[in-house]
Design a binder for this molecule. Structure first.
Ligand code: SAH
Length: 428
């Protein structure tokens, strides 16, 4: 099974290949392999991942051809905006700005976020989905996430695997990690894998480097998601073949950050994200929504900071109160607030991908679809071996944990097809 379809190299210039997908052209960076015009390749997140023999590529493309155009057509239909006379006048005015491609200011954003009217929210979501279709077409990345250790030296007050938590700990050996990645790539067809853990120094630079080097040999785009590590560690991992990093700044509100993440500083985390960008990493970053004490203004600032950091992918989801943490009795997450934030991010940063998180789906079965219909265009599927899955308990009741990975893949593909989305990554 394939999550990324092959493309044909139309041209190569200055280390960038123009790749053709049934007439659609995308630019991809080709520092992993020398390619020539006419060759077939897989690309993910704007990075060329591997070459494919022509015969194999042509066969796959033949199988995809009809579906490719069929899905696009369905997406075009599904993403039309319906007339909505019942939406409020001020909301209509702001959405007209969006339709005219004008930038939204903070005041507009706060206005959109502030409405609780069902008709307003419906129109905001539809408009965001329409913008997503126009600017990004129907591609939806589906990355695999492997949670390889729940040991953590940090004591973040919201997190179920914080140092002070009594959760049973596990760490996968480098061999187990490489085997799980091999299974995900070779048997399940993933072209991009996120390697995530708590901040666990047991994995020193040497171990991490070896893991990245071996996983990279499987021809996948590697995201590292290992928290605050020295810049030099990330540089080493880049040199070993990691090309993407997932690191949320969690909240742009300095006071809230320092209260919820004792002993750490927002500036340091933000600086590391900037450094990752400078090193050439594809950067996925974002925040938690609905942290206790968070205002609407904080949420808008979170989106603006994600944009300022040059995020290639937005990753934000609801904070879910977790038993055994200091925030266990806080209020339940508000799904509409996350959906409005998704739409806002889509309006305020048109070029970026937006991840629809498992946390959102955990709060509301069916929210994955709502997220995809509010501007989201990226998903992750858990590929952690089942014996460890429940132990990576950053929050309880994680959606999909009760099912086999194969089942989650089938459900995801079925959902994406029903909306006219292609579970593939066409590059930039
Ligand atoms: N050590 C890595 C990975 C942390 S876990 C790092 O520091 O980046 C991945 C993400 O889970 C965190 O960035 C945080 O935003 C999210 N998370 C933690 N606790 C959560 C909770 N209770 N509800 C929802 N998301 C949570």
């Amino acid at each position: 099974m394939c999550y990324a379809i092959p493309g044909r190299v139309a041209e190569v210039k200055d280390g960038v290949a123009v790749v053709d997908y049934f007439g659609e052209k995308r630019n991809v960076l080709c520092d992993f392999a020398d390619v020539r015009k006419g060759e077939y390749v897989y690309a993910q997140g704007g990075v060329l991942i591997s070459k494919i023999p022509e015969k194999e590529a042509v066969e796959i493309l033949e199988a995809w051809k009809e579906k490719f155009f069929e899905l696009k057509e369905l997406d075009r239909t599904t993403s039309k905006i319906h007339e909505n006379a019942d939406a409020s006048g001020n909301i209509l005015q702001i959405l007209q700005k969006v339709n005219r491609n004008q930038e939204l200011g903070k005041k507009d954003a706060l206005e959109l976020l502030g409405t609780d009217d069902g008709e307003d929210i419906k129109l905001i979501m539809e408009t965001a989905n329409n913008v997503r279709q126009k600017d990004h077409d129907n591609a939806c990345c589906v990355h695999g996430i492997l949670e390889f250790s729940n040991y953590c030296t940090q004591d973040c007050m919201y997190c179920g695997i914080r140092k002070g938590s009594s959760v049973k700990r596990y760490r996968m050996t480098p061999e187990e990690i490489i085997d799980a990645a091999r299974h995900a790539s070779k048997e399940l067809g993933f072209k991009a894998l996120v390697l995530q853990s708590g901040e666990d120094p047991w994995y020193d630079d040497e171990k991490l480097e070896r893991i990245v080097r071996e996983v990279r040999r499987l021809d996948v785009l590697i995201f590292v998601s290992i928290g605050m590590r020295p810049k030099e560690t990330y540089k080493r991992l880049y040199d070993a073949g990691a090309r993407a990093a997932l690191l949320r700044f969690e909240t742009s509100n300095k006071d809230l950050f320092e209260k919820l993440r004792p002993g750490t500083k927002l500036e340091d985390r933000v600086q590391l994200i900037r450094d990752l960008n400078d090193m050439g990493y594809v950067v996925a970053t974002g925040f938690l929504t609905g942290l206790p004490g968070e205002t609407n203004e904080d949420l808008v600032n979170n989106i603006l900071l994600t944009k300022e950091l040059g995020a290639d992918m937005y990753s934000f989801g609801p904070f879910i109160p977790t038993d055994g943490t200091p925030l266990q009795s806080e209020s339940k997450p508000d799904v509409d607030r996350v959906l409005k934030a998704t739409a806002l991010a889509r309006f305020m940063d048109r070029k970026s991908k937006i991840l629809v998180t498992t946390a959102l789906e955990t709060v509301d079965k069916g929210a994955k679809k709502k997220g995809l219909m509010s501007g989201g265009n990226s998903l992750m599927i858990n590929i952690t071996p089942s014996k460890y899955r429940d132990l990576y308990r950053i929050y309880p009741g994680k959606a999909g944990n009760d099912k086999k990975t194969e089942e989650n893949i089938n459900d995801t593909i079925e959902l994406l097809y029903s909306l006219g989305r292609a579970p593939t990554d066409l590059g930039l």
